[in-house]
Write a protein that binds this ligand. Structure first.
Ligand code: BTN
Length: 250
C-alpha cells in the first residue's frame, strides 16, 4: 500500500506503439512494477476486443500498473475504480463536463464516447501477476473520428478550449491510486455504489453485443461481481463481458 502512494509519478514519453504494451514489457523485464506511463501519441494503440485505438497528438494515452495478488475480487474492478476516479475528476473544476459511466468501462458525454479503458493481466513464471490499465481519453482533438461502435467526442468539443493533458494524467493517476486503496481496504461494495451513482446504464434500455449475439432489455443494475443484469420478456440475463449500447426507450 505504501508503494502505491509513492508511485504517483508519471513517466512521459513523446510517442509509444502502445503504452499498455510498453508497460507490460517493462513489467516482464522486472524494470517497473507500480508505475504509470503517458505517451503524447501512439502508433499502435489498442482497444478492447482487439480493436484499434486512434491515438493522435492531443489525446491522453495513459497506462497504470500495479501488482495484483491475493485479492478476493477480479481484476475488472481496477477499471471500475479507474472509471469512478476519472468521471469524478471530469465532473469537477476545471473540466466540469457532464460525463457518465457506461458499462463495462467507458465514459460518455452527450451520448458520445469520451474515454475507453483496456485492462490486461500480466503473468509470467517467477513474476508477481500485475494489472495494466490503459486509458484513452479524447482531450484536445478538434475532430474525433468515430470508432466502429460509438460516435466519439473530445473535451475540446465539449468545453470549447484545450486542457493540460499531462496535468490531467497526473490527476488521474493519483485519484485512481486513492480509489484503488479504498477498494483494497474496504471491498468492492462501496466502489460499485459509486459507479452506479455516476452511471446511466442501470435504469436504461440497453442492447448487449457479445460476438454475433445481441440481447436487448431493461438494465436493472449490476451484480456484486460487476455483471450487467438485463431483463426482457424472456427473462433475466447477466453479462460479465461484451459491449453495451444504450437504446432509446421503446
Ligand atoms: C476501448 O476499446 O474502449 C479501450 C481503449 C483503450 C485505449 C488506451 S490508450 C492507452 C492504452 N494503450 C493502448 O494501446 N490502449 C490503451
Amino acid at each position: 500500500m505504501e508503494a502505491l502512494e509513492e508511485d504517483n509519478k508519471v513517466l512521459f514519453l513523446s510517442c509509444a506503439d502502445s503504452t499498455n504494451t510498453w508497460l507490460k514489457e517493462q513489467i516482464l523485464k522486472q524494470a517497473l512494477s507500480c508505475a504509470a506511463v503517458f505517451a503524447g501519441r501512439q502508433t499502435a494503440g489498442r482497444g478492447r476486443h482487439g480493436r484499434h485505438w486512434e491515438s493522435p497528438e492531443g489525446g491522453l494515452y495513459l497506462s497504470i500498473s500495479f501488482p495484483f495478488e491475493n485479492q478476493n475480487f477480479p481484476p475488472i474492478f481496477s477499471c471500475v475504480a479507474a472509471g469512478v476516479a476519472i468521471a469524478g475528476i471530469l465532473r469537477r473544476e476545471p473540466y466540469t463536463a457532464d460525463v457518465f459511466l457506461k458499462w463495462p468501462n467507458d465514459i460518455f458525454a452527450g451520448g458520445r464516447k469520451l474515454c475507453g479503458m483496456l485492462s490486461e493481466l500480466v503473468t509470467a513464471p517467477g513474476i508477481a501477476p500485475h494489472v495494466v490499465i490503459g486509458i484513452g481519453l479524447n482531450v484536445n482533438a478538434k475532430v474525433v473520428t468515430a470508432d466502429s461502435l460509438y460516435e466519439a467526442v473530445s473535451l475540446f468539443e465539449l468545453k470549447g478550449h484545450e486542457f493540460d493533458v499531462r496535468l490531467l494524467a497526473e490527476q488521474i493517476v493519483s485519484e485512481f491510486r486513492r480509489e484503488w486503496r479504498n477498494t483494497v481496504e474496504f471491498g468492492t461494495e462501496q466502489l460499485i455504489s459509486h459507479w452506479c451513482a455516476l452511471s446511466e446504464t442501470p435504469g436504461a434500455h440497453v442492447e448487449v453485443l457479445q460476438d454475433e449475439n445481441r440481447f436487448a432489455g431493461y438494465c436493472v443494475g449490476v451484480s456484486d461481481a460487476f455483471e450487467l443484469i438485463v431483463e426482457n420478456e424472456n427473462g433475466s440475463r447477466r453479462f460479465s463481458a461484451g459491449d453495451c449500447r444504450t437504446l432509446r426507450q421503446p
